[in-house]
Design a protein around this ligand. Sequence first.
Ligand SMILES: [Zn+2]
Length: 341
Amino acid sequence: MRFFGFLALMLALVMMIVSCGGDGEKNSTGQQKNSTVESSAEGTETPSDRESGSTDVDVDPDETPDGTSGDVLPTTPAESESEPSESNTTPEVSDTDSESSPTTPPETTPKTEAPTETTPVYTEPAPMQYTPRAMMYHLIRDDVYGIYDALFVRPSEFESHLILLNELGYEYIFADEWRLTDKPSVILTLDDGYLDNYTNMFPLLKKYGAKATVFIVTELIGTDGYMTREMIAEMAESGLVSFQCHTVNHVDLRYLSEEELRVEFSESSRIIEEITGRPVKALAYPGGGYNSTVIDVASEYFDYAYTTKSPYSVKEYSAYNVPRYYVARGDGRNQFYNNLK
Ligand SMILES: [Zn+2]
């Protein structure tokens, strides 16, 4: 009985296995399918969860249209509005510049120093300044008298000097107008007031539009060999000749007292101003003699004082120690040109 009972049980089990064979296989894979179904079931569950917005995986496909539409719209209108927004980008660039400058202070620091160094470069193109060349003449005549032949510059030589000055574009300035000039300049001076200054030099000045300064010894005015008051007045009136002080008696000023110096300066200046109607502001030391006392007193009466020293031998000079190139007889165009350089 137990055997039949066992067989019946086994039979029943076999029947169940046979009847459920496919299901058994299904069950074997069913657990996997169930796992996938469960996952899909979870996936199907997620829409409800999506509505709640709990899951991230499902949000991506929906957010792309939603989120990107929200992102694209502001971006594309921002791009479409880029034209007005470019005005925003422009200040951004300026902001970056302004930001870059503070972010790079070590670079900007030398750059700011460099412009300060280049700044004077922009001011340097200002017109170049020239020191006027002062020339010293005495007589302008061919025939010679006395023992100082060198003092007698031929009119033809003086004319060649004026031609050269005009060719080189020199500016003529008077002795009492000494100043740095924007173009090469020259101060033609003639000492003592010789008669030929009127007869020979004055016509050449008018011919070439040149200007000259005559240092007058007032005690010699109208005497033999010297210009008269009328000649001086005429020349001064032309505007081509300036008459300045060479004292009254043409004595060595180093041996005069201060009071005597004052008389020499004030009296001669008074006479010249009386004749020309123009102020006297420059002095030529007679014989070239001067010292500190002479300069001190002269500075009370004049703005400039000229010596007989050559600029070649004077390194430093002031307004009361202005050197002059000695123009001697025989100095032609070439020698005169050398003095201009
Ligand atoms: Zn003299």
